[in-house]
Design a protein around this ligand. Structure first.
Ligand code: SAM
Ligand code: SF4
Ligand code: F3S
Length: 447
């Protein structure tokens, strides 16, 4: 029976895509979004396990929902990577959790939530509802959030790379590529709902591989099929591209196809070849710098962003300095920077040369300072240029301004009206406030 749901999504873009898909299924069944967590009949936490900090946050939220449940009849569901990793512990530590759903069976979840409201269904029967189905991953059908002009579109699931620090292959399983038919079908559905920009998702999109009848479809092939198939989607992005195997044809496509954004997220993780080797990244510092050189040569002005993982076991001062020098050399537009968290069950958790937390934090701080100043300098250089921007919403600060993103995926506000939301505009960047540009709409510049 439909009621009100409250959904909190943590973690990566894949989690957001899946959360939005669940939300649209619930809405189809007549469910409404609750205005506050307290008001909801069902509360759902879509969780992440990549770092201890992500899990700690969920334990905290579970305490909050336990408190709500003392005075209100509410069902509590924990789903996603932490649910996959710590199923038994969650059930034991938090009896207030009604259902724990890992990374499989999400496609049945909306129906099961609908059934949860029915008091006749016992806990055992609900568990049975999952166990009846084999543990095989299936993609949800439509990863769309109402009124959005951007959509995350999973084309792969899982990971085969087993970087020694990372929990993802253990909680998401082996790589599976989604069929071109399903991908193109979802694109048609997204276009019919007004979506203008998509981000293709996978832990490593470069290893996309699907046997379509007699034809093997790889990542550049599926990109070409998407370009052929779609009409209204003007911007195509993809995340993540593992630096070990960026296909040369992909770089050509970025150069040739204006609808593929000239922005690539290329997580390097570290600047020292020996650390990269122990991380099992399968490329060296030199390989990475060579890739960057080729990309910048082929696609002048390309925007590169990255992930940095600092404080890996055995990281010496020289290794750390190598990371700083790599950042200075590449000059990424932006970076997500983390300190290494031990993840139980991964090989690096057993390495005996773990660094003290204070040293990890100290080094992380230095990396953040350096990258911040590089990001700021790069942004300042863009002042005065004209960029294409997709208007996404009315600015929260000023209702006569719109908030949008540039092709480099940078936030920009500019004067505009609600009717312009969902449109592409040429915006002259005039000022920088924090990380957000301020500008105004102008004529398209001469090519
Ligand atoms: N598949 C992507 C790749 O290979 O670049 C990364 C996906 S991972 C979910 C996102 C980021 O989390 C990684 O790039 C890494 O920097 C960070 N990460 C992974 N494991 C971590 C750990 N044990 N501690 C801290 N950060 C971690
Ligand atoms: Fe984790 Fe490495 Fe897979 Fe990325 S490629 S998800 S970092 S194991
Ligand atoms: Fe976290 Fe799972 Fe994504 S561990 S980063 S939500 S794949």
């Amino acid at each position: 029976m439909p009621g009100k749901y409250w959904l909190e999504i943590y973690g990566c873009q894949m989690n957001f895509a899946e959360g939005y898909a669940l939300e649209s299924e619930l809405k189809k069944l007549g469910w409404k979004q609750a205005g506050t967590a307290e008001e909801a009949d069902v509360a759902i936490l879509h969780t992440c396990s990549v770092r201890q900090t992500a899990e700690n946050r969920i334990w905290g939220r579970l305490g909050f929902f336990k408190h709500i449940k003392q005075s209100k009849h509410q069902k509590l569901i924990v789903m996603g990577c932490m649910a996959e990793r710590l199923k038994n512990e969650i059930v034991q530590r938090e009896p207030s959790v009604d259902l724990v759903v890992g990374n499989y069976h999400k496609e049945y979840l909306a129906d099961i939530i609908d059934g949860l409201q029915d008091q006749d269904i016992s806990h055992a029967e609900r568990k049975e509802a999952f166990l009846k189905h084999e543990k095989e991953f299936r993609f949800q059908k439509l990863h769309y959030r109402e009124n959005d002009f951007h959509a995350y579109l999973p084309i792969m699931h899982g990971c085969n790379n087993f970087c020694t620090y990372c929990i993802v292959p253990y909680v998401r399983g082996r790589e599976i590529s989604r069929s071109p038919e399903e991908i193109l079908d979802e694109i048609s559905q997204l276009e019919s709902r007004g979506v203008k920009e998509i981000s293709l998702l996978g832990q490593n999109v470069n290893s996309y591989s699907y046997q379509d009848g007699r034809t093997k479809v790889d990542f550049p092939d599926i990109l070409e099929r998407i370009l052929d198939h779609s009409r209204d989607i003007e911007w195509i992005r993809f995340i993540t591209s593992h630096p070990k195997d960026v296909p040369p044809r992909l770089i050509d496509l970025i150069q040739e196809q204006p609808r593929i954004c000239r922005h690539v997220h290329l997580p390097v993780q570290h600047g020292s070849s020996s650390v990269l080797q122990r991380m099992n990244r399968k490329y060296s510092r030199e390989d990475f710098l060579d890739l960057v050189r080729r990309m910048k040569e082929k696609v002048p002005g390309i925007s590169l962003t990255t992930d940095i993982l600092i404080g890996f076991p055995g990281e010496g001062e020289k290794d750390f300095q190598d990371t700083l020098s790599l950042l200075r050399e590449v000059r990424f537009d932006d970076a997500f920077m983390y300190y290494y968290n031990v993840r139980e069950g991964t090989p690096a958790a057993q390495f005996d040369d773990q660094l003290p937390k204070e040293l990890k934090l100290e080094r992380l701080d230095e990396v953040i300072q350096l990258q911040r100043s590089i990001s700021h300098e790069i942004r300042m250089q863009r002042i005065g240029t004209v960029e294409k921007v997709l208007a996404e919403s009315v600015s929260r600060r000023n209702s006569s301004e719109l908030l949008g993103r540039t092709e480099r995926d940078q936030m920009t506000v500019f004067p505009g009206t609600k009717a312009q939301i969902g449109g592409f505009f040429h915006v002259r960047l005039e000022e920088l406030h924090g990380n957000t540009f301020k500008g105004s709409i102008c004529e398209e510049p001469e090519a």
